[in-house]
Design a protein around this ligand. Structure first.
Ligand SMILES: C[S@@+](CC[C@H](N)C(=O)[O-])C[C@H]1O[C@@H](n2cnc3c(N)ncnc32)[C@H](O)[C@@H]1O
Length: 477
């Protein structure tokens, strides 16, 4: 196949990118949590100056009226699109927590009004807590001393917390108090934490202004993780060891107030900086299809897809689980929440081999090497790239002719075989009217990612799976 020649715009873009200093894309000293970027943590968030600079550089070459991120996650690209005043900004993800974050981070709220509503909310929470303090603070003691429960055990309290809490409410003449119920709630939360979280949630639900209510729910979601028995600083669901759970005594209302105040300040900065001239739409579509999004819509695509299947790389669904269970986002059933990772890229299992039809010699070569060692694992890898291929096709359909796409990807190793996703993307893209223009290499000093794991699944065998990132630049022909 003859490759089309670079256009004059491509030449300009390549020259601009080449002129940048080698460490330009590191952003070691930048505050990547400014504005609404810092409202909530999310796995593998894009470092905000990446999209800011890609938008700036592209806009200096051709007008950018519309921006799209098909894997928008917590909404970093969308926020930057708004800050740059791009008229049409569009995000897409299938994780309902990601969709809430995208919505809230791109909805500027007047900080004066916001502060007023939030201060009334905190007053109400404090008043209700103090009015019945012994009910909230005495729950752990009751479970341990009166019911004789071990609050660190997987069974009894761990598996049946709602029924014990109902009994406790009755004994305190608080049968009116709603008890949340989802699988293993007691395994992840201590009794007084559950009651305090429910109190906060009840008060938030009374906020009539929907954008403000969602904004406060984001602070609530961030607090949930911090007051749960989850081990800190990890995206997978691991619980603290029993000794730590026993000693853990978080101040639920204190944490929530702290996060809410921090978030109000960040929203104030965003409100002041954002020209609010963008029309933002957020879709919940599978990126392999993007059926709800019109074709030929976007001048610019900036995105960071997952870098592998959720099971063996970053489990977005698992990370979001407790928030989804507490907030009831997306009206998912318990089963759907637990199965969310299987609905993401690479969720389909090929247990007995696969017939690759993907247009990438580089991928083919890696798949053959992995298959020789572990056919099932090769199937996981293939499943991911099959979805990536479909999403490249779908995103191409949504891009206007001449529009640029920037795919921020990491290369990982599976069974010690390097998967060159940057090269694979440019090979796959050539089938979908996309021309490879350039690839930027960057170090990832800021990104929170599992840089070490055991891909061979041998205990103690750790190898670096990702040391740098690549930004693959494509143009729609
Ligand atoms: C690397 S994260 C994006 C992070 C984002 N750039 C940010 O700054 O927060 C990848 C996202 O892809 C989403 N995702 C995975 N598979 C998907 C699919 N098939 N369709 C739509 N979104 C998907 C995940 O839910 C996750 O939010």
């Amino acid at each position: 196949m003859a490759f089309p020649l670079p256009t004059a715009e491509d030449d300009q873009l390549i020259q601009k990118l080449r002129e940048l200093p080698e460490d330009y894309w590191d952003f070691k000293a930048d505050d990547t949590h400014e504005y609404t970027h810092g409202l909530h943590n999310y796995p593998a968030m894009m470092v905000s100056p990446i999209s800011r600079n890609l938008i700036r550089i592209t806009s200096s070459i051709r007008p950018v009226h519309s921006l799209f991120d098909p894997f928008s996650g917590s909404g970093t690209v969308l926020v930057e699109g708004m800050l740059a005043g791009i008229p049409t900004v569009c995000g897409n993800d299938i994780n309902p927590l990601a969709l809430l974050l995208c919505r809230v981070k791109t909805t500027p709220l007047d900080p004066i009004h916001l502060r007023k509503v939030c201060s009334a909310l905190l007053d109400q929470i404090h008043t209700l807590y103090q009015r019945d303090e012994s009910f909230f603070s005495g729950a752990d003691h009751y479970m341990r001393e009166v019911l004789g429960l071990d609050l660190t055990a997987k069974d009894n309290w761990g598996s049946d917390a709602p029924s014990y809490l109902k009994e406790y409410c009755l004994s305190c003449r608080r049968a009116d108090f709603e008890i949340p119920s989802f699988k293993n709630i007691g395994y992840w939360f201590k009794p007084n934490v559950i009651l305090s979280l429910q109190l906060i949630k009840n008060c938030i639900l009374e906020i009539s202004d929907e954008p403000i209510r969602n904004f406060v729910f984001v602070a609530f979601s961030e607090s949930i993780r911090l007051v749960s028995n989850r081990r800190n600083g990890e995206f997978k669901m691991f619980r603290m060891p029993p000794k730590k759970v026993a000693a853990f005594s978080p101040s639920v209302i204190g944490e929530f107030s702290k996060i809410l105040s921090r978030n109000i300040e960040k929203m104030g900065n965003f409100y002041a900086a954002c020209r609010n001239t963008s029309r933002v739409t957020i879709h919940r579509d599978n990126a392999t299809e993007l059926k709800s999004i019109p074709d030929d819509m976007f001048d610019l695509v900036i995105t960071s897809p997952p870098y592998g299947d959720s099971r063996t790389t970053v489990a977005y669904g698992e990370y979001s689980r407790l928030s989804l269970q507490w907030l009831g986002l997306g009206h998912l059933t318990e089963k759907e929440i637990l199965g969310i990772d299987r609905s993401l890229m690479g969720g389909k299992k090929y247990r007995k081999g696969f017939a690759s039809h993907l247009h990438s010699p580089t991928l083919q070569n890696s798949l053959e090497q992995i298959s020789a060692i572990d056919l099932e694992r090769a199937g996981d890898v293939y499943s991911f790239y099959e979805d990536l291929d479909a999403s490249i096709r779908a995103v191409s359909e949504k891009t206007k002719a001449g529009g640029y796409q920037f795919w921020v990807v990491g290369n990982r190793t599976v069974k010690k075989v390097l998967l060159q996703t940057d090269v694979i993307i440019s090979e796959l893209a050539s089938l979908y009217h996309l021309q490879h223009v350039y690839t930027i290499d960057r170090n990832i000093p800021n990104k929170v990612m599992p840089s070490l794991n055991s891909p061979t699944n041998e205990a103690g065998a750790k190898v670096t799976t990702m040391t740098n990132e690549h930004i693959v630049v494509l143009r729609k022909i």
